[in-house]
Write a protein that binds this ligand. Structure first.
Ligand SMILES: Cc1cc2nc3c(=O)[nH]c(=O)nc-3n(C[C@H](O)[C@H](O)[C@H](O)COP(=O)(O)OP(=O)(O)OC[C@H]3O[C@@H](n4cnc5c(N)ncnc54)[C@H](O)[C@@H]3O)c2cc1C
Length: 598
């Protein structure tokens, strides 16, 4: 049996392992993923934890959740060395043998030898880093609130971000909103707090076009952030930092985001580093090590040069695509097929500046504000759906939009007020009872045995009813006696046309559909089964009635809307059905086969 090992469950490693499962699920091959943590960390959202927008759970996706229903074995261990000749990985306690290896251990901060930087600055490269920053900033406000000495107070209340790249700007963006909350909490005047970005280059977000940089700058300035460009930091101590031009910034808080290099573990393993790659490992067009053909380097570890001669940037998309490429090519090697060139396609980048603003350049489109925020959320949702399914998306949405934070605006405070679904049970069951009765009445009125609907413009219909005579539905096979006219006074012309040309000529079919739907809705609401879908159908049915005869029972719509919020989870079948359904859906997605997991 061939053994494939993926080292590192970051963006690249996870994609590599999922691709390996997809391609090799029916082969006699073992696939293992090794990571020092039991989770995949959403590094791109760390600033949100550091800046108190979301709690730490929101950036964790447990490996069990990702690799459920796959043949990927999860091993939690920290690898300390790799023997490429002997094909083994070693940790403090274990040795793991492999036939094929994917290395995706990511990056770490680079300090460029700046005096005191490593010792005194905070970094933002792991969940632990983000939590440390969060705790420290709160402590600074606490200390400042009790401090009488003006100089000390200034040091506490000056928060500096070193580096005006994507991560630095995202970090300071979070501080804008959190500053306001902390000021209220600790009774500190907002103008006492200094938020500063120190950037060595002449501008922030240097890879962006100038108009996006201007927008970001305007937003930062209008929110009181000072941007010091052309300002390389030369020295950092616990309570100040020095800039090359002689400026001194008194502060206890420098968050350093200004440099990145390959993880030092990868530097030490002895693979040839690319010349321009700050330790990133040389690979060919298949993401394969130039030294060992059974070893593939992915994500931040690989110095992958595109056809135009440019190296892939250190981005999530690069990581995912090199991960997929490596997975495919290992499967090709195992299946004795030729290797495929990895051809990454990058779609762009987004930078959030706090919760309320963002700038983005995606697929050649430059956006800012709400649009850019929406794109960022959509990209996050898409990624998390791919990696861990619908449940993860729900978790993301809850963390971002439902969980209450102190700085929520008035609308969100109302939107996020939680209640027990228990209170909806009676309402849900009454709605079900009413739908059931509607269906039963129609059935008893003969909707299964005779044509009971017709379509006539209102004036004619009134005559027909008044004379209690028959009204022939155009094209219908039978004659209508005291039926229901589908065209009311306010029916739009297009809907009337649909009734006349599609529904009435097929009256028996549509009558049966309506009766069965009403009975189905009744049972669904009464038992709390697939309640969300039932609520959508219920709303749809009522919109139909509204367009047709006009709506007489508005409460149906209102109650159906209320039932969208998980009304079947309390005293309903959904309580058991939904988790079961999700489980089996995930199994199907991963394996394209149905196996009932109880
Ligand atoms: C704060 C921050 C914000 C970012 N924002 C963006 C953004 O908005 N957009 C974007 O495209 N990119 C962004 N990036 C860059 C992006 O996150 C990286 O390019 C991407 O994470 C690289 O993926 P990877 O799989 O190579 O490494 P990582 O995602 O870093 O994963 C490496 C994995 O290897 C594991 N590991 C490392 N060493 C060992 C070992 N010895 N033994 C066992 N396990 C080990 C780690 O635990 C980790 O799980 C950001 C990065 C940071 C830090």
């Amino acid at each position: 049996m061939k053994r494939v090992v993926v080292l590192g469950a970051g963006y690249a490693g996870v994609d590599a392992a999922l691709t390996l499962h997809k391609k090799l699920k029916n082969d006699d091959v073992s696939i293992s993923i090794i990571d020092k943590n039991d989770r995949h960390t959403l590094l791109t959202e760390l600033h949100e934890v550091a800046g108190n927008r979301v709690d730490e759970e929101s950036v964790k996706i447990y490996l069990n959740d990702i690799f459920k229903y796959t043949k990927v074995n999860i091993i939690q261990d920290e690898i300390t060395s790799i023997d490429f000749e002997g094909q083994t990985l070693t940790s403090e306690k274990n040795t793991y043998a492999y036939d094929y290896l994917v290395v995706g251990c990511g990056s770490e901060p680079a300090f460029f030898g700046i005096e005191g930087m490593e010792e005194n600055a905070f970094t933002l490269w792991s969940l632990e880093d983000a939590k440390k920053i969060n705790k420290h900033i709160r402590t600074m406000f606490q200390l400042a609130s009790k401090e009488q000495n003006a100089e000390r107070r200034k040091e506490y209340l000056t928060l500096v971000v070193g580096g005006g790249g994507f991560t630095g700007i995202e970090m300071v963006g979070e501080l804008i909103q959190w500053r306001d909350v902390l000021c209220k909490e600790y009774n500190i005047a907002k103008n006492e707090v200094r938020l500063v970005v120190v950037e060595a280059m002449d501008k922030i977000l240097a890879v962006y076009p100038q108009n996006l940089i201007d927008k970001a700058m305007n937003y930062l300035k209008s929110n009181g952030v000072e941007v010091l460009a052309n300002s390389p930091i030369t020295k950092v101590t616990p309570n100040r930092l020095d800039i090359k031009d002689g400026t001194v910034v008194p502060t206890n808080t420098l968050i350093w985001t200004g440099g990145v290099k390959v993880a030092s573990f990868v530097e030490k393993v002895g693979l040839p580093a690319a010349q321009r790659g700050r330790g990133r490992v040389e690979v060919n067009e298949y993401t394969q090590s130039t030294a060992y053909p059974n070893v593939f380097l992915v994500g931040d570890n690989s110095f992958f040069v595109e056809e135009d001669g440019k190296p892939l940037p250190l981005l999530v998309e690069s990581a995912m695509q090199t991960g997929k490429g490596a997975g495919k090519n290992i499967a090709n090697l195992i299946h004795n097929k030729p290797l495929e060139k990895c051809k990454p396609k990058l779609h762009g980048t987004m930078v959030s500046i706090g919760r309320k603003y963002a700038v983005a350049e995606t697929m050649g489109m430059k956006t800012s504000g709400l649009m850019a925020m929406a794109i960022k959320h959509m990209v996050n949702i898409h990624y998390q759906f791919e990696v861990a399914g619908f449940e993860q998306v729900i978790r993301y949405l809850k963390h971002q939009f439902v969980h209450k934070r102190k700085d929520d605006n008035i609308i969100k405070k109302h939107l996020t007020t939680e209640t027990f679904t228990f209170w909806m049970v009676i309402m849900r069951m009454y709605l079900g009872y009413m739908w059931l009765m509607q269906g039963i009445h129609k059935y008893n009125d003969g909707w299964f045995s005779k044509v009971s609907i017709y379509a006539q413009k209102v004036a004619a219909a009134a005559d027909a009813t008044a004379s209690a005579s028959t009204a022939a539905a155009e094209g219908a096979a039978e004659v209508v006696v005291q039926g229901m006219n589908l065209i009311g006074q306010n029916t739009p012309a297009w809907y009337a046309w649909m009734c006349e040309t599609i529904i009435v000529p097929n009256a028996m079919l549509f009558q049966k559909i309506i009766v069965l739907t009403e009975l189905g809705l009744g049972i669904a609401f009464l038992t709390g089964t697939f309640t969300f879908i039932a609520a959508i159908v219920s709303i749809g049915m009522n919109i139909n009635f509204l367009l047709s005869t006009g709506l007489y029972d508005y409460w149906y719509i209102v109650t159906s809307i209320a039932c969208l919020g998980g009304a079947g989870r309390a005293f309903g079948v959904d309580h058991y059905l939904m988790p079961w359904f999700m489980k089996n859906w995930r199994h199907f997605v991963r394996n394209k086969s149905i196996k009932i997991n109880l």
